[in-house]
Ligand binder design. Structure first.
Ligand code: 5GP
Ligand code: ZN
Length: 125
């Protein structure tokens, strides 16, 4: 990937997750409504690894404003519902939002990792 493409990741035309929302790139959705999509991570790190995203393109937490608070709240309710449906509510799980370069964010569209189905340990990193 060259520098131009890296910059392109920050606009929604070139955003891989916006393309998934528009069905231009296939995914395995597990939940969808008007404002939120949840789909299986292509490279799962655990038996359950779901990405939950707002359909509105936001690069990261840094782009959030007060008007986004409802969708962010709803994302957590969807995470709760998916955890129950996928059988990990009682065994436990981790929700991760990587942000920016030091945070290890690779895709520039805000996303919540829902990870579980095995013991994840106590280390955050
Ligand atoms: P990040 O490092 O940005 O927090 O996580 C990006 C995640 O998106 C990674 O876990 C990666 O496996 C996943 N991912 C990247 N490209 C695709 C894709 O085209 N489809 C799906 N389903 N997941 C993807
Ligand atoms: Zn996007």
């Amino acid at each position: 990937m060259d520098d131009n493409n890296k910059e392109g990741e920050n606009n929604m035309q070139d955003c891989i997750f916006c393309k998934i929302i528009k069905k231009e790139i296939p995914s395995q959705p597990v939940y969808e409504d008007n404002e939120i999509l949840a789909f299986k991570d292509i490279n799962p790190v655990a038996p359950v690894h779901i990405l939950v995203i707002p359909k509105k393109h936001l690069n990261s937490i840094n782009d959030l404003s007060a008007q986004d608070s409802e969708v962010i709240g709803n994302i957590f309710l969807i995470i709760k519902k998916l955890a129950a449906e996928l059988g990990i509510a009682d065994t436990g799980y981790r929700v991760v939002v990587n942000t920016g370069a030091d945070g290890g964010q690779q895709v520039g569209h805000l996303h919540y990792h829902l990870i579980g189905g095995k013991p994840l340990g106590t280390k955050i990193c």
